[in-house]
Each structure stands twice: as C-alpha cells, then as structure tokens.
Design a protein around this ligand. Structure first.
Ligand SMILES: *Cc1c(COP(=O)(O)O)cnc(C)c1O
Length: 409
C-alpha cells in the first residue's frame, strides 16, 4: 500500500486511525516459514498480545498460524476467531491455577512457568500434557524492560531448578510434552539465540515424551533505515540444521515452534493522525496531533522510534519538528525530527504501528480509542469502529447516595 492509499483511507474513516496491510503480514509469515523449510514440522503461533483484533487472528490462522496467548481473554478471542483450541498455546505469567485449569479444559496447550503451579497442576491433572517454560538466563539485547531471560527475570523456570522440575514430574507422574523459552524482544545476534537453544536442547533430553520445542520469539524488525534486523534466513539455516540433528539424537521428529508477534505485524501497521496545531516556540516547532500516548504509548514507554511521514505533503521540503500529542501530560512522539513541511490539517503516518500499539491503547483523558482498518487486496475493511461516548460510560454506575441522578447526554 502507498501513501495515497493511506490518505484516502484516513479521509474515509477519520483520524486517529490504525491501518494494517495484510500483504505485509503474509510476506513476513512466508519469510519465516521459508527459513525453516528444511524442518519437517514447524508451528508458528502468532503472539496475540501484539495486535489482538479478531480479523487479524483470522488472517494469520488462514495462513496456517496458531496463536500464542497470555490470558484467558486472548484464548477466548482466538476461539471466537474460529481458531481450533489445539492450535492455541497458553503461556501466562503469574496467573492463577483456576485460570490455567479453565483454559486447559478448553483443550488449549498449557505452558507453565513456575514450580508452584507446575506441582499443583500436575497433582490434580497428571493426564494433561503440559509444556514447561524455561529461563535459560541468556540476555537478549540490553534493555531490561524487554529482556525476559536474565537471572532476575520473573519469566520461566530457571535451568538451575531442573532437578526440582524433574522431582515434581516424577512425583505427580505428569506428562511433559513441550519445552519452551522466550528470551525477550530484541534478539540481534543469531549466535546468542543459538546458544540459548542449546540450553533448551539440553533441557529437552530430560523428558522422553516431548512433541515440540518452542523457541518463543525475539525477532527484531527494522524501525528506521539502516536498522539491524534479525537475519532470519541465516538463523533458519543454522537452527534447522541443529534442530534436525537433535531430533535424530532424541529419536523422534519433534515440532519446532515459534511465537512471533512483532515480526509478523509491526511493519504491516500504520498509525494515522491529523495535525491540530503547529506551534512555534522560541526553540522548537511543535506539531500537535489529534492523539497522544493513550493511542500509541511505545515512544513514551520504551523510548521507541517510529518513523513519521507527512503523507499530505510527502514531497514538501523537510523541516524540523517535535511531534507531540493532545493529552495533558508530556506525550512526545518525536523530538526534532526531519519531516516534510507540515500545515495544520495534514495527516501524519507513523510506521511500525502494527505491534503493541493499538493493543496498548487506553481511554486516558477520556478519549476514544481509534478505529482499525485492514487493507486487503486493494480494499479497506473497517475491523473496529471508533469508540463513542457510550463506551466511556457503559460500565459506570452512579453511586446510589446521589439524590439527583445524572441526565443522560
Ligand atoms: C510477547 C510474547 C511473544 C512475542 O514477542 P515479539 O517480540 O512480539 O515477537 C512471544 N512469546 C511470549 C511468551 C510472549 O510473551
């Protein structure tokens, strides 16, 4: 899709708006599966939390992907999208035994990441196959907000606790059918990932009834020109070889699993916002848009970089702008960024807005969450309507001690 398409869609559906390009999601999926074409059984489970719109779940499922879920609500969204429970894996952290049992009863693969729940679940349901999430203690990237494999991480069961895992499995006679890791969202170095994979293979040898090994995610995508990204092709070649040799050693064709979120949807997404005000101060030119971190929190939360294009004036001469939001809070999207000259009313397109953008949106400042559009084979499909005032008040209940009841708007 091009900037003209984006501009037309924004004119039609209004701003702020999220638009997703199905073709890009497809090509990323194909690229990943092609990299592992030498492995007989590969299963890609799309990480729902990246972008959980039901149409997106249906789309990736139509390619052959299953789902990776972290809450019972995500599982329910998947089922609503028509995904078969056997195509869903539940990888929660810190959720109750009750929730895990409820999801398990739906026929979804359970992945347990702590010894306490493992023991309780195993004692009650020894017949249910369970996957174990391991923490290999490998640092992926340098940002501790997104590195979940390091020593102090709350995720996974430490590899140093394998003897304890084995004792629980033996005592409960439970059935371990998968081994899993997810080391974080920032893997640049293929060698680091392969190193962590070796730890997973070593762990796998302790269990003789496995069906799969799940390598989680951590694929990096480019956010700006010149960014390094995970070399999927090199990675696929190396890990495939090693996986196949492990299967031989293990004596069974296991399934190789991944759970990409960002890799599949990040680059497919655009966030469109309208410039309300151009404000010149003594030092800066601010472009104030009809949005804020309530709609796209990644720049403020993770200091993420999102490319911004003025699609109303893509050929205009470049000037420096700080792009900020309209909420009453510092909500800076970009500082001193070169952008084609901006006039009030122009539409700015934020790139890489597919993953962790809409799914993290809120109603802060009592604003409506944006609408979402799926661009598919040259057509725009509204897949979530913009919220209305009703959405803001529908769960609110007036305290009954007020004598005078509110007048409906
Ligand atoms: C978030 C998450 C993913 C997806 O991570 P990306 O960086 O978006 O690919 C995969 N697996 C688990 C368990 C997760 O929590």
């Amino acid at each position: 899709m091009n900037y003209k398409d984006l501009l037309d869609i924004t004119k039609k559906h209004g701003s702020p708006l999220y638009v997703y390009d199905s073709e890009k999601i497809r090509s990323q999926y194909d690229r990943l599966t092609a990299a592992f074409s030498n492995v007989k059984n590969v299963k890609i489970n799309y990480a729902v939390k990246a972008l959980s719109n039901i149409s997106i779940l249906k789309l990736v499922n139509s390619f052959g992907a299953g789902l990776d879920t972290v809450s019972i609500q995500e599982v329910k969204l998947g089922l609503l999208a028509g995904v078969h429970p056997s195509d869903i894996i539940f990888t929660p952290n810190g959720v109750s035994l009750d929730e895990i049992e409820e999801v398990s009863a739906m026929g979804v693969q359970i992945n347990i990441d702590n010894l306490s729940i493992l023991e309780q679940f195993g004692a009650k349901h020894p017949e249910v196959p369970v996957c174990i999430r391991i923490n290999p203690h490998v640092m992926a990237g340098g940002n501790t907000n997104i590195s979940v494999g390091h020593i102090d991480s709350k995720f996974g069961i430490s590899i140093h606790q394998i003897p304890h895992i084995l004792r629980i499995v033996e005592n409960t006679n439970m059935n371990i059918n998968g081994i899993h890791m997810h080391t974080g969202s920032d893997i640049l170095d293929v060698e680091v990932f392969l190193y962590a994979s070796e730890i997973l293979f070593d762990t796998a040898k302790h269990f003789n009834n496995l069906d799969f090994i799940d390598f989680g995610s951590g694929f990096k995508v480019p956010y700006k020109e010149g960014d390094i990204e995970t070399n999927i092709e090199e990675f696929g070649e190396k890990l495939s070889k090693r996986f196949n040799s492990f299967c031989k050693e293990y004596g069974k064709e296991l399934t190789l699993g991944f759970e990409p979120g960002k890799f599949l949807v990040s680059e497919a997404g655009y966030f469109l916002a309208r410039v309300n005000v151009v404000k010149q101060t003594t030092s800066t030119v601010f472009a104030g848009i009809d949005s804020g971190f309530n709609h796209l929190i990644r720049p403020m939360l993770y200091n993420s970089y999102h490319d911004i294009i003025n699609i109303s004036n893509p050929e205009g001469r470049e000037r420096f702008y700080s792009v900020v939001g309209y909420i009453c809070e510092t909500d800076t999207f970009a500082t001193n960024r070169r952008i084609n000259e901006i006039t009030e009313g122009d539409i700015l397109a934020f790139k890489n807005a597919g993953a962790y953008c809409f799914s993290m949106a809120s109603n802060y400042n009592s604003r409506y969450r944006p609408a979402e559009v799926l661009w598919h084979e040259g057509n725009d499909y509204l897949i979530r309507k913009r919220e209305t005032f009703d959405d803001l008040v529908k769960n609110q209940i007036e305290a009954t001690f007020f004598k005078k009841q509110l007048v409906p708007a």
